[in-house]
Design a protein around this ligand. Sequence first.
Ligand SMILES: [Zn+2]
Length: 306
Amino acid sequence: MLALDLRQSSWRSAIVALDGSLHEPQYKRHRSRRAQVVLSNLQREVQRAKQQYGARLQLVSLAVPGTVRDNRLMQAPTLEWVEQDLTQVTAGVDVPLLAGNDATLSGVAEARTGAAAGAGTAVHLIIEVGIGGTLLIDGVPAQGAAGAGGEYGHMPFGDRARACPCGARGCWDLEIDGRALARYLKEPTPDDPVGYTEQVLRRTDRAARAAVTKVVAALGYGIAGLVNAHDPDVVTIGSLAIPLRAAAEDTFAEAYLSGLMTFHRSAPPPVLAATHQPDGPLRGAAALAVDQLTSEPAIATWVAQR
Ligand SMILES: [Zn+2]
């Protein structure tokens, strides 16, 4: 199997063995971020793996930074792509594609072998541009009817007066990333909210600290809302959520506790830092590829073909 992880400025790949282990890892930066260029590069990587492994290449599992339904990328704000058919990545090779959201897949990695390993119910969240995540039951993500579940950033935990690029109003996304920090600091909306957040986190002035505190409070309240909704054993957080919380731990703890229903407060689910950074999406893509290839229908098909 081949696992691919498409990021805003780069992509990674690895060959996946049947035990889920990753081999021959590769990392390449995009020279161009245009969809056709990037998807052609991924297609070439699939063709290279096919030449090398032949019939042993049974599946391609792809993580993307956006909403995926039935192998179509519906929205990818960080890449600024419009709707894309991801199956062009496997065009020309007779190998099925399994495309999924990167935050969902990093949650799978945490639930299988990371900070949420062994948890019956887990919620995983990452902040980059906005917030993404997934609910996991026994290590399996709840992906909805066609794979687009877990868009927690578009729950109305924010200001209803504010329109989100997703088309909804009052989204949590607009309260917890670099765009929110810029708003509080009365600076223009950053082109790169991730880099901007890292820059604000390095600042020590009072205005920057106050902006970070507001964002961390919004994170804590939102996580409490998800705990009230899902009653998880554990919450894992990744990417910028880790340094943001660390920058205002007391604010986070206070917001988290005060947002919980009373019965949760005596033993609130721990909010743990994700351990698979930055290869969570690749590991999660690998895990779901193994699930698919070792499922009963897949094995029955394989036996019938022998
Ligand atoms: Zn939204």
